[in-house]
Each structure stands twice: as C-alpha cells, then as structure tokens.
Design a protein around this ligand. Sequence first.
Ligand code: NAD
Length: 469
Amino acid sequence: MGENQLQQVDQAISRSVKAFKKWRVIPPPVRGEFVRRIGEAFRKNKEAVANQIVEESRKIKSEALGEVQEVIDICDFAVGLSRQLHGLTIASERPLHRMMEQWMPLGPVGVITAFNFPVAVWGWNAALALVCGDPVIWKPSDKTPKCAKLCMKLISQVAKEMDPDGKIIEAGLLEFLPATKDAGIQLVESKEVPLISATGSTKMGRLVAKAVAERLGRSILELGGNNGMIITETADLALARRAIVFSAVGTCGQRCTSLRRLMVHTSIMSGFVVKLIDAYKTLKIGDPMKSDTLVGPLIDAVAFDQMQKAIKRAKAEGGTVIVGGDRVPSPKGLSDDFFVNPCIITMPNITAVVREETFAPILYVMPYADIEHAIELNNGVPQGLSSSIFTNDIREAELFMSAAGSDCGIANVNIGTSGAEIGGAFGGEKDTGGGRESGSDCWKAYMRRTTNTINYSSELPLAQGVTFE
Ligand code: NAD
C-alpha cells in the first residue's frame, strides 16, 4: 500500500476518534434525528441509489430497490431505538443499595462490506452505530466503490442541512476509506477501532477474526453461507417451487442466503424435480435494468470460472447436471458481462464440493427418507447461515426449529432461505462467523456495558457477608 493511502486511512481513523468525543454525549434521540434524516435522503434518492447498485453489483433493479429499502427500514428502526437504549435495574443483596446496568457508546466502528450488498450492509451497521453514539469508518468492496461514494455524498448533504456549522456532526462521524483490501487490513489492525463489523467470505473472516482478536478488539463476522431447504411429503409444492426459484437464482445465486442445497423426500423427488426444471427453463435472463429480467449476470469472469469448476467437480463426485450451467450470450451492449443459465445438479449425498459455498446459481438436490436424515443433511456443512423447511406437518416444523433441528442462525418454515426482514437478528453460526446484525437486540454489540452499584445508606456492607474491620 502506498504511503499516501496509509496516511489517508490513519487520518480517517484520527478524525473518527475525535468525532466520537463529541458524538458520544449528544442525546441519543438527537442522534436518532440525524438517522431519521438519512433515511429520508435514501427515500428521496431510492431510484438513483438503486441504479448505482445495478451498475456495479449487476443485481436486477427490483432487488436493488429492495436493498435501498433495507437502508430506509433500518433507519426507521434505529430512530425508534434511539429512545429505547435501555439497561436493567437489578436487586442488590446489600441493604439500601441499588444495582443497574447502562449501555455506553463504544467508539469508532469499522465496517467492511462485500460486493453483493454494497449499500444495505453498511446501512444496517451505520444506522445502529450512529444512534448508539459511535462513528463509522466504511471500507467498501473494491467492486462497488461508486455505491459507497454516492451514499457518502447523500450523507454529507444531510449533515450540512441538519448541522451547518458542524457543531455536533464532525467530518469524522462517517468516514469512507479507499476500497482496497490493504485499507481493510489497516483498519482491522487499528487499536483505535474497538469494533470491526466484517461481511464477506469465510476466508476473509478468518483473517479479520485473528487480527482483531490479537489486539483484543471485538468483531461482528457475517460470512459465507451454504443454505439448505427441506421439502417434505406434506409440503405445498407450488409454494415451495416459487420459494426455491427466488432463493436459488435471485441475485444470480450471489446472496449469502442463496439456496444451495435442496433435500427432497424420496416419495416426491422425481415429479418435483421435473417441475423445477420447467420453472428454470422459463427464467428471463438478461439486462438487470429491464423490469422483466429475473436473472442478471454474475459479478465477473472469476465468478464464472468458479461456477464452471464447481460443476466439473460435482460431476466427478457423482452428480448429474439436469438443467443449466452454461454461459448465455450477452444482450446487446452488455458483452463484458457473464450471463449464465442457473444450474440444478442432483447429488447422491453431501460431497466435498457441496460443502463449499460457490457464489453462483448452482442448486444441489439430494433425496432423503426420514426427517432426522434431512436435518442431518441440512446441518452437514461447515456453514450455518440460513435454512428452511416446507411442510404442513406441525411436528416436522417444530422439530426443525428445535434444539435438535437446524443449526443455522435462520430457520424458516414455508418460506425460502433468502430475503430476511430487518426486524430480526441477522447472521449465522459455524463458518458463517457467529455475528448478528440489524434488528432485535443487535444494537448491544455497538455499545459497552457498565454495571453500577449505588449505596444510599450510611454503612459500607460488603458483598457475600465479608467483614473487613
Ligand atoms: P470478500 O471476502 O472477497 O470481500 C469482502 C470484503 O472484505 C471486501 O471489502 C474486501 O476488500 C475485504 N477484505 C478481503 N480481505 C480482507 C482482509 N484480509 N482484511 C480486511 N478486509 C478484507 O467477499 P465478496 O466476494 O465481496 O462477497 C461474497 C462473500 O460475502 C460470500 O462468501 C458471501 O456469502 C459473503 N456475504 C456474507 C453476508 C452475511 O451477512 N453473512 C452478506 C453478504 C455477503
């Protein structure tokens, strides 16, 4: 990394540390007002931001609009939260004493984002961090830097309108680093940044986890997924088919929650697979800006190459390609893009290639005979992000969601694996990293907890009955 960039990152971190000193004592509802205005800016500029997302990430327009909507939704959530950052009051064992717990701002939060959600993931982190009293330092993906620039432009306008003299919103409150991996490494290693929230591949997460742990910092890791769905004998198959197609081919199979493995009960396997093939054959593949397109291109040539390698390996491991997998000619004017026919491969079991996340639209289909075996197959991969079951049998549904069921962070019934709402905690177990972001009580990760004991007596009793006189 050049001297210039090293300095740029250092200066951004220093500005952020300075901004924290001011921001942490601003009343949370005032911080919420800033976030409310950010949400409004995204509402007004939804179309422009979505167009930029399509241009760089190549997802279809409707999904890009949905991504901007996630930013708006998390801002709304965070505004409410800004009046709700609550602690506990706890009974003390000592007379005339009270204990309580408070949540305090933590400090600058480093946010590293992946190419496939170039705006929403930053939004999830930034909205919560800001109301919690923390500045944000964003390291975007090198594949989507213009999305980040556009967001930062919108935000600096919001800041100027709300606080023209920079009395409460300092420049360092929302920082934006060069999109390079080296800038990410420098951010992760900085002791001035107590929390790193990193979204991307498991390979990246292992490096980030190690570097942050080395300096005893905190991390939220949102890493790769390898998501499964169980189709039982009693499933509503028409509903399941629609959910499978959206989950497996949406964003051209490039969501962390994309459906990659389908476990189908042997009694319905052959007929159901034929229907799936029919559905895949009607998919409209093409220009992601066109409203009737369902599948845009892969992000780049590397992704195409990885898809082809995975298909080859699956065949060598006993799989049969039953539809798709090949490259599709690009529409006029989009010759640099890599369009593919989404692929379905039947597999006898979980093999080495099935255990890996290939970031492309490949769906492995496997038969199962009983629900316990289906759950074993669901859990039999290193990743643990999302999962789902289609069933009308309440026993199967409850078992899937129980301690003996899915081991993933997300376990759905009668809906697909992708397309989470912001109200719930988002994230997964095992190689997915264990982090949680977005709704529920995820805000606590952006704050530090203090326990206070207050003595309002004239005595000094010690805990556990200890005497010291
Ligand atoms: P990637 O790992 O290649 O890059 C992600 C980000 O990490 C980029 O900004 C990159 O520059 C940065 N980075 C890479 N190495 C780094 C290092 N050593 N130190 C600091 N930063 C580093 O991932 P990608 O190809 O952009 O995205 C696809 C992956 O992201 C998939 O595995 C997908 O499942 C995952 N993902 C996970 C979630 C989730 O919430 N679990 C969401 C979106 C994407």
